[in-house]
Design a protein around this ligand. Structure first.
Ligand code: HEC
Ligand code: HEC
Length: 152
């Protein structure tokens, strides 16, 4: 497995340096990704993905062989936060929206993205602990799954 991957890396290397690396968003874990993940392939391979935390975990544990436990954990957090898919939105909704009422009540609604943004702003006004970054993940998730125009 590892020998095989090293072989592929040699092949990869030719094209890696031709591609322009996309800058990674700031945050804890950025440095780890830069040093641990750019060796075999372009960082674009990482930054053009949207994966669940679970999937990032599998990838980091599989490919970040030289990372310590805490470095892996930081890398997984960072990737899930910046390149996560809607699983994160779901987790956030279940976690945060159930603090004051059943989160399932979102299912009674079919709203546009703008309308969801309005509802969530209302919830923040009520005291929902939502950061800017979580706000986007939540609105995206709700608009996608409980939206007016089903996009998918
Ligand atoms: C030892 C070499 C090596 C290192 C180091 C490495 N990768 Fe990879 N990676 C590969 C190879 C080879 C592929 C393509 C074949 C494959 O999927 O196994 C790949 C593919 C990927 C893909 C695409 C997988 C998919 O399902 O589309 C992602 C995402 C990825 N790597 C993320 C990372 C991250 C994050 C790190 C840092 C923790 C990392 N890689 C470090 C060798 C490496
Ligand atoms: C701090 C408490 C609190 C949190 C956290 C909270 N809500 Fe609410 N929510 C309320 C209150 C208060 C109301 C209005 C009174 C009621 O309907 O019970 C409400 C009502 C709603 C309604 C009905 C609004 C309408 O116009 O029909 C929806 C939908 C809703 N919340 C969604 C959410 C979502 C999604 C989240 C997570 C991002 C969330 N809430 C988190 C307090 C909260």
């Amino acid at each position: 497995m590892w020998v095989w991957k090293s072989l592929i890396c040699v092949v990869f290397a030719g094209s890696v340096f031709a591609g322009k690396a996309q800058p990674l968003p700031d945050g804890p874990g950025k440095k780890i990704i830069e040093s641990a993940c750019a060796g075999c392939h372009d960082l674009n391979v990482v930054t053009n993905k949207k994966f669940s935390k679970q999937r990032w975990q599998v990838l980091v544990l599989g490919m970040g062989g030289s990372l310590s436990k805490s470095e892996s954990a930081a890398a997984i957090e960072y990737l899930a936060k910046n390149f996560g898919d809607s699983d994160r939105g779901k987790e956030l909704v279940e976690e945060i929206c159930s603090l004051c009422h059943e989160w399932e009540r979102v299912k009674d609604h079919e709203l546009s993205k703008e309308q969801w943004a309005g509802v969530i702003k209302g919830m923040i006004f009520e005291g929902a602990p939502v950061t800017d970054d979580e706000f986007e993940a939540i609105v995206d998730y709700l608009a996608k799954n409980f939206g007016k125009a089903k996009e998918q």
